[in-house]
Design a binder for this molecule. Sequence first.
Ligand code: ATR
Length: 288
Amino acid sequence: MRINGRTGLLCLIGDPVEHSLSPLIHNTALKELGLNYVYMAFRVSKDTLSQVVKAFKVIGVKGFNVTMPLKKDILCFLDELDPKALKIGAVNTVLNRFGRFIGFNTDGMGVVKALEKNNVKIDGSYIVLLGAGGTGRAIAYTLMDRECSIAILNRTVEKSKMLALEVSDGPAMVEWGPLTEGSLKIHLSKADVVINSTSVGMKPMDGETPIPKSLLRSGLTVFDIVYNPLETRLLREAREVGARTIDGLEMLLNQALESFKIWFEAYPPIEQIKNALEDVRRGYFAHR
Ligand code: ATR
């Protein structure tokens, strides 16, 4: 990469960002396309967010990604919001369009694209979505436009009900319930796909799983968006019973590709990016 006086800037802001794979993904894509931009990660707290956004505008960044814990807070510093991002109430991608900052959310599309690229059928399928937090909302708002059935299960059952009501005016059939063993048993018996968007299984909760192993079976596709650890207890147990598994790197990759498309109006070639992520995956499994 040759940085010069014309090099443009793309960023990630959040806390923590040190271990993020977004710089790897985007810098690989930029290099592949020979685009004169660099993607940098900056640790930013809620307290300094407004100053950082102002500075981004002054220096004219092309766009930026937003991660935990800023995905909601960023909304009030933007000039415009994509209608879906407004409904979801969270933004992970910002585009600088002629000096105006426009917010988008690519998390839901990242999940749907990851499923489709793994040849998982969405239309006609029964999909159980665990979690109704920011990411769960993004997924539900993307799936609502598809001809599928969705069951939203969440620990705080009122949130699953609220979200189900919000997304029930599209083609998808939507149900809701608590995240209990009884409710899981009912919905998983009909399911083709289950997506975990809760933080259960994420470090430091990595000994835990949102689904008892006895409810997993072959024939089910289990997608865990948690990527720390990469093989969660849920994915390990799903693999052990012969279910198809998709890990959090797939979500990470696909939400990033959607962000890239918003910034440059085209997808990057993904061969090199996939190779870089495979190195990460191999490194992870080699060190266990
Ligand atoms: P994100 O933006 O990553 O989605 P979030 O908005 O804080 O993060 O949402 C976290 C999700 O994980 C929520 O669905 C949360 O359930 P509640 O709405 O009941 O809080 C879920 N979650 C977190 N810890 C959990 C636990 N120990 N058991 C079950 N669900 C949990």
